[in-house]
Design a protein around this ligand. Structure first.
Ligand SMILES: Nc1nc(=O)c2c([nH]1)NC[C@@H]1CN(c3ccc(C(=O)N[C@@H](CCC(=O)O)C(=O)O)cc3)C=[N+]21
Length: 284
């Protein structure tokens, strides 16, 4: 029997409605509207589309849209000054520096400048440390979105075998901690893993986040497993994930499509993080 599809667009819409309701309460109680400062550097068309989507989602959730578009040749010093200004601005709850930035800029240095309490991407070393230690802080949006999808479908994580394919700072590593905190048994596979299909086949919950189109075939999936595809690969034939969807859906129990799976959750969790950031800044 073919797997049940996880509808990321529908779950994301529910999260966005909940955030909008919570933002309305926050604004009524504090007299302040949470605000997200997006920073777009240069004219990469894909980045421009992503940022436009995030800004539209903010407005729909009642979050102030505080955008800056800086030229591709902006200097490192100017960008440093801009981020410092946003750190100091009480109207700014969250700061999102859209990545990648042009090559003459030091992306890592710029990200680390962002105040950890405004780091709605959860990208700074302080945010990563807070996550690893299980103390309050801002968690990366995509991994949080994965957990949210699993919870929405009542996927049991306690004691489950979770296998993450990919060890990026943005997805794989944070997911280790989020899944451990839910008492899953966590295994991480990567490019040097000797027998990827054999390890992946142990998984009750398999998360693919490597950026290799259709890497995960049916031979890597235990019958009935939950398969979460974080991959976004733009091929000539269109957008495909890291999972060979047509083959794996015949084996899995639950599966996310690409598009319409994890992607929409990233934006929903960004909105929730912006509200969390506004609360953190007030010690709430
Ligand atoms: N500072 C920063 N934070 C980010 O979170 C960040 C970033 N930089 N740079 C680029 C990546 C990429 N990213 C996505 C967000 C939503 C979808 C999404 O909604 N995808 C839709 C369809 C997208 C399409 O059709 O192109 C889907 O999967 O259904 C995808 C990818 C956030 N990123």
């Amino acid at each position: 029997m073919a797997a049940t599809l996880i509808d990321g667009r529908a779950v994301a819409q529910r999260v966005r409605e909940q955030v909008a309701a919570d933002v309305a309460v926050f604004t009524a109680e504090t007299g302040d509207q949470p605000g997200l400062a997006t920073v777009l550097v240069g004219d990469d068309p894909a980045s421009a589309v992503y940022v436009a989507n995030k800004r539209r989602a903010c407005v729909a959730a009642g979050i102030a849209d505080l955008h800056a578009h800086l030229p591709a040749d902006v200097s490192q010093d100017e960008l440093v000054a801009h981020i410092q200004k946003l750190n100091a601005d009480p109207q700014v709850s969250g700061i999102l520096l859209q990545l990648p930035v042009p090559a003459h800029l030091d992306a890592n240095l710029l990200v680390e400048l962002i105040s950890p309490d405004k780091d709605v991407d959860g990208l700074t070393a302080v945010s990563a440390g807070r996550l690893a230690q299980g103390v309050p802080g801002l968690r990366p949006c995509t991994p949080s979105g994965v957990i949210e999808l699993l919870d929405h479908h009542d996927v049991e994580l306690q004691g489950a075998e979770a296998v993450i394919v990919g060890r990026s700072d943005l997805v794989g590593k944070p997911l280790i901690h989020l899944l451990l905190q839910r008492n899953a048994t966590v295994t991480v596979c990567h490019s040097r893993t000797r027998d990827l299909p054999a390890v992946a086949r142990r998984a009750d919950v398999l998360v693919a986040a490597v950026g290799v189109p259709r890497l995960i075939g049916a031979d890597a999936v235990k019958p009935g497993a939950t398969v979460i595809d974080v991959g976004i690969n733009r091929l000539e034939e269109g957008l495909v994930g890291d999972v060979d969807f047509d083959a794996v859906r015949e084996v899995a129990g639950l599966i996310t499509p690409v598009p319409g799976g994890v992607g929409p959750m990233t934006i929903a969790l960004l909105l929730r993080n912006t509200l969390t950031a506004a609360r953190l800044q007030r010690g709430l």
